[in-house]
Write a protein that binds this ligand. Structure first.
Ligand SMILES: CC(C)(COP(=O)(O)OP(=O)(O)OC[C@H]1O[C@@H](n2cnc3c(N)ncnc32)[C@H](O)[C@@H]1OP(=O)(O)O)[C@@H](O)C(=O)NCCC(=O)NCCS
Length: 147
């Protein structure tokens, strides 16, 4: 399945907050933090979905001048396991490379099996572990992909 991917603009704030809340549930950043991402420096927000439907997934990445960080990615539950996140990661990878980044890195909760599987399938490698990094005591896994 191929998906239509576009950059989100300020008009998409409510849509993005809804997608983020549906994807992350209790682990959601909350609507205010999601809205703040639109004005965060060097951050790009992408939306993906079937061309005829509203977007069902999103990704945010940050250009760190020479490298790039995937900040978050989520797909609403009814659209999961259909390649939406994979398509978004592909788009982030291409955009980051075009911006001059030599690597794309991210941090993921070590208990997030879906996230870990997604990143592994996309070609990311574990490079380090931050023990008890999150408030609930979970470890953070740092992963990267060379571009
Ligand atoms: C993680 C998440 C973004 C994956 O989105 P998705 O659109 O379902 O992922 P894709 O369909 O592109 O999956 C690509 C590959 O990743 C792996 N994968 C994705 N979700 C998986 C899961 N729940 N269990 C096992 N493997 C999974 C598989 O290898 C999959 O390929 P396959 O379906 O052919 O087996 C989605 O589950 C989600 O939004 N989760 C909640 C938010 C979150 O945890 N985000 C990541 C951390 S920031």
């Amino acid at each position: 399945m191929s998906y239509s991917i576009r950059r989100a603009g300020a008009d998409d704030a409510a849509l993005l907050a809804r997608l983020e809340a549906q994807s992350f549930g209790e682990r959601s950043w909350g609507a205010n933090n999601v809205k703040a991402s639109f004005v965060a420096p060097h951050v790009t927000i992408l939306l993906a979905g079937k061309a005829s439907d509203p977007p069902s997934g999103f990704a945010m990445w940050r250009d760190l001048q020479g490298e790039a960080e995937l900040l978050t990615i989520g797909v609403e539950p009814s659209a999961q396991r259909k390649g939406v996140a994979g398509a978004l990661l592909d788009a982030v990878r291409k955009q980051a490379a075009q911006a001059g980044a030599i690597r794309l890195f991210l941090e993921v909760d070590g208990g997030n099996a879906a996230g870990l599987a997604l990143y592994k399938a996309a070609g990311f490698e574990k490079i380090s572990l931050r023990r008890a990094y999150y408030r609930d005591g979970a470890d953070a896994v740092i992963m990267q992909m060379m571009l």
